[in-house]
Structure formats: structure tokens, C-alpha cells
Design a protein around this ligand. Structure first.
Ligand SMILES: Nc1nc2c(ncn2[C@@H]2O[C@H](COP(=O)(O)OP(=O)(O)OP(=O)(O)O)[C@@H](O)[C@H]2O)c(=O)[nH]1
Ligand SMILES: [Mg+2]
Length: 416
């Protein structure tokens, strides 16, 4: 069965939980037949959050399960009991996910950091129990309010991968081979064009600096890609936010191709996509330097373009090491938490909810405001504790366990 393994756009239907109803109850005990109102409040419905996860590179899990529902809050009960809050749902999404309202197209936010949370759908508030309607003139209130429905939203998620470096080149130029050499990623490498059909991210590990940076390998670009030739240029959005672009130019000049011509075509295609891409720092790699005509071609390339490329061949590691050193100088990767907050950062719940006034739900018959000294019944509620923060990874520069965890997983390192 053919299946899709990379998805960079999808719609999420998020339905938050509804609040539980407030209770209408009176205390009845053996020697206290008229004990007064004791109906507690309903719990709030579960929220649905999107949470940035650096280990997720695709929206595929949402694509195949696009509808998520959080559980409802429990109803309040007699004896002043507050209903349980609905369980929150956290959906991991890749860094670089932009969130829009599907109906209005309005931008709601972007997930850029590991652990960053964005409230996608807010759970409905719980109703108020009759306990709170008691006053000196109203001793046996039977009023209570129902819980409010949770938000029901359709969100468009668009992913533009976040990588520090983007690889650009013709098909079969050796981009995926380069990624395999300097990271532990295993993209498919083969002698036919368009071997790579979807973007792939690799991580270059720099254990001595307690740092790393990410490289995105994208499908090959050919002449007229902006008009839809080859795989088109839509996937170029995954390198649009890279800090450095690495042009991989095949110096073998096989199939009668000219490296100078290839370089100019790539510049042209990038300009067609977005002229700002040409202002991005770039490094040119001359690949396949073991091939027969490579020396001659590289000399010609230097003469024609005035650029001295970094020469690489998969037969020797020297060129790749030089490339990593150059990238480190340009990127200056910081220990561990570069660009990431040490603990979960939460986008204001209010800001996203306020941005969606049309989605606000609730009854028009709001309960009367409580008196300043009146108890709300929520004070000691176990469900009112703030959401547990997601552990920030590698908060501490000496977080050796973090590095070793990654070590086991990735296995390729650069000792500079
Ligand atoms: N001789 C030689 N062949 C190489 C070198 N680097 C890559 N190749 C070969 O070139 C072919 C294409 O390499 P890939 O790494 O798949 O190229 P790509 O740029 O990722 O190609 P697409 O994914 O199709 O865009 C493969 O057969 C590789 O073995 C090199 O340094 N020397
Ligand atoms: Mg490839």
C-alpha cells in the first residue's frame, strides 16, 4: 500500500470539552433538615493545545486523525463538590507550524520553540452551583447555571520547516549524500533524478560546544521549477527561513551539464521564488570532485563566477569537515537551548481566544456577579492547578544527559 510520509499542510478540527453543569442541591442531615444550598460548580471542559516538538517533522499524525475532542467537565454535586475538569489534549506539532483560522484565513500564531504551547480550542467554563445564589433575602436558591460549550474550531496548519541550513541543487547533485555524511539522517541516495521527494531534516552534532544545528534537504530544483517543471518550487518554502543556503553543484558535469550554468539557473529559480533568498548568506559546495572532469570544471567555475567552492567527494571526509567548520563560523550555534526557551512558553490563552470572538460561545444569562466575600467553591478544587509545564530540553548548558540521549539516537559528531 502506498502511504504518504510527509505532510506540510492540513486542517485540524478541534472540539474542546464543554463545562459541567452547576449543581442544584440542599444539605439534608439528620439534625439539620434545612441545611441550605450546597450545590457545587461544574468543572471546565478540556482545552486543546498545539505544542511545539523538535522531534516531529511532519503534520502527518494530524492529517490522518484530523478531529480531536477533549473531554467534558464533570457536573458539580451536592456537599459543595466541584465537578472534575475535562482532560486537556496536547497535540505535538513540528517547529515552524503556522496556524490560521480555516474559515477566515486569519493568522493565529506560529510555533517556533520546543515546548511552546498554543491554545487551539478553549474548554467551556463550568456552570455555577446553587450554593452561590444564596443571599440574606434568598435563603433557598434553586438557581444554577449550565456549563458552557467548548470552542469548536477548524484550523489550517501550514508547516515551513525550521532548519538553520537549506540545501539547494539540481537533482542528483549529491545533496542527500552530503546530508548522510554530516548528519545521522538516512535520506535515500540513488543515481536517478528526484530520488528525494520530500524535505528531510538532519542534525549536525557539535558535542564539544554542547550545540547542534539542523540542515534541510529538499527535492532537486530544475530550470523553470517556478512554472511547475520537475517537482515545482512549492517545497522551497522549507528553506525560506534557513539562515544559510548551501548550493550543491555537481562538478562531474555528467549528462553534458555545465556547473556554471547550473549555478546560474539555481540563482534564477530562487529569485523567481523570492528575491530575498539571494540576499541570504550562501556557501557553494563543489560535489563529486573524484570524477574525471571535476578539476577542470571547478577551475572554470572559479574563473566564471569568482567563487571558491568547498570541494567535496564522498570518498574523503575532508571537504565535509571544512563545510561544517564554515557553517559553524556562520551560524555560531549556541549551547543547547539556542533559540529555545528553557521551559515551556505558552502563547497567551487570551490572545488566541480574543482573536476569535466569533467563536466565543456561552449563554446570554450570565450568573449574577458574586459578592466580594462570598466563596466561589473553587478555591480548593483539585482541578484548578495550572497546566503542568512541558519539560524544556537541555535547559542547562551542562546537561550531559541530554547530550548523551541524543548521542545514542544520532551518532554522528563533529569535533572542531
Ligand atoms: N562519484 C561520486 N558520486 C557521488 C558523490 N556524491 C553523490 N554521488 C552519487 O550521485 C548520485 C546522486 O546522489 P544524491 O545524493 O542522491 O543526489 P541528490 O542531490 O540528493 O539527488 P535528488 O534527491 O534526486 O535531488 C548517487 O548515485 C550518489 O552515489 C561523490 O562525491 N562522488
Ligand atoms: Mg536527494
Amino acid at each position: 500500500m502506498k502511504s504518504r510520509s510527509f505532510i506540510d499542510t492540513c486542517v485540524l478540527h478541534a472540539v474542546a470539552g464543554s463545562g459541567g453543569n452547576g449543581s442544584n442541591s440542599f444539605r439534608r442531615e439528620k439534625f439539620e433538615p434545612k441545611g441550605g444550598p450546597d450545590g457545587g460548580d461544574g468543572g471546565r471542559g478540556g482545552h486543546i493545545y498545539l505544542v511545539g516538538d523538535e522531534d516531529v517533522d511532519s503534520l502527518i499524525s494530524i492529517y490522518y486523525a484530523p478531529e480531536r475532542r477533549a473531554s467534558d467537565g464533570g457536573a458539580g454535586r451536592g456537599r459543595y463538590q466541584h465537578g472534575a475538569n475535562g482532560r486537556d489534549i496536547e497535540i505535538p506539532v513540528p517547529l515552524g507550524t503556522r496556524v490560521k483560522d480555516e474559515e477566515t484565513g486569519r493568522e493565529l500564531g506560529e510555533i517556533l520553540h520546543h515546548g511552546q504551547k498554543l491554545l487551539a480550542a478553549e474548554g467551556g467554563k463550568g456552570g455555577i452551583g446553587n450554593l452561590h445564589f444564596k443571599s440574606s433575602t434568598h435563603q433557598a436558591p434553586r438557581e444554577f447555571t449550565p456549563g458552557k460549550p467548548g470552542e469548536d474550531v477548524r484550523l489550517r496548519l501550514d508547516l515551513a520547516l525550521l532548519a538553520d541550513v537549506g540545501l539547494v541543487g539540481f537533482p542528483s547533485a549529491g545533496k542527500s549524500s552530503l546530508l548522510r555524511e554530516i548528519t545521522a539522517a538516512h535520506p535515500k541516495v540513488a543515481s536517478y533524478h528526484f530520488t528525494t521527494l520530500r524535505p528531510i531534516i538532519g542534525t549536525v552534532m557539535l558535542p564539544e560546544k554542547f550545540a547542534s544545528f539542523r540542515i534541510a534537504d529538499i527535492p532537486g530544483i530544475i530550470k523553470d521549477a517556478h512554472k511547475g517543471a520537475g517537482l515545482g518550487h512549492e517545497f522551497m518554502r522549507h528553506i525560506e527561513r534557513s539562515k544559510v543556503l548551501v548550493f550543491v553543484i555537481d562538478m562531474g558535469g555528467e549528462e553534458g551539464r555545465s556547473p556554471v550554468e547550473d549555478y546560474r539557473t539555481l540563482l534564477d529559480e530562487l529569485e523567481q521564488r523570492d528575491p530575498a533568498l539571494l540576499e541570504r548568506p550562501r556557501i557553494v559546495v563543489a560535489s563529486k570532485m573524484d570524477l574525471e572532469d571535476a578539476r577542470k570544471n571547478v577551475r572554470e567555475f572559479r574563473k566564471e563566477t569568482g567563487i571558491v567552492p568547498i570541494e567535496t567527494t564522498i570518498l574523503e571526509p575532508d571537504g565535509f569537515e571544512k563545510l561544517v567548520r564554515r557553517l559553524v563560523r556562520l551560524l555560531k550555534p549556541q549551547p543547547n537551548t539556542a533559540g529555545r526557551p528553557p521551559v515551556a512558553q505558552e502563547i497567551s490563552v487570551k490572545s488566541i481566544s480574543d482573536a476569535l470572538p466569533h467563536r466565543r460561545t456561552g449563554s446570554k444569562n450570565a450568573p449574577r456577579p458574586l459578592h466580594r466575600h462570598e466563596k466561589t467553591g473553587r478555591e480548593s478544587s483539585p482541578g484548578r492547578t495550572p497546566p503542568k509545564p512541558i519539560e524544556g530540553r537541555g535547559e542547562h548548558p551542562d546537561a550531559a544527559d541530554v547530550i548523551s540521549a541524543r548521542t545514542q539516537k544520532l551518532g554522528t559528531f563533529f569535533h572542531l
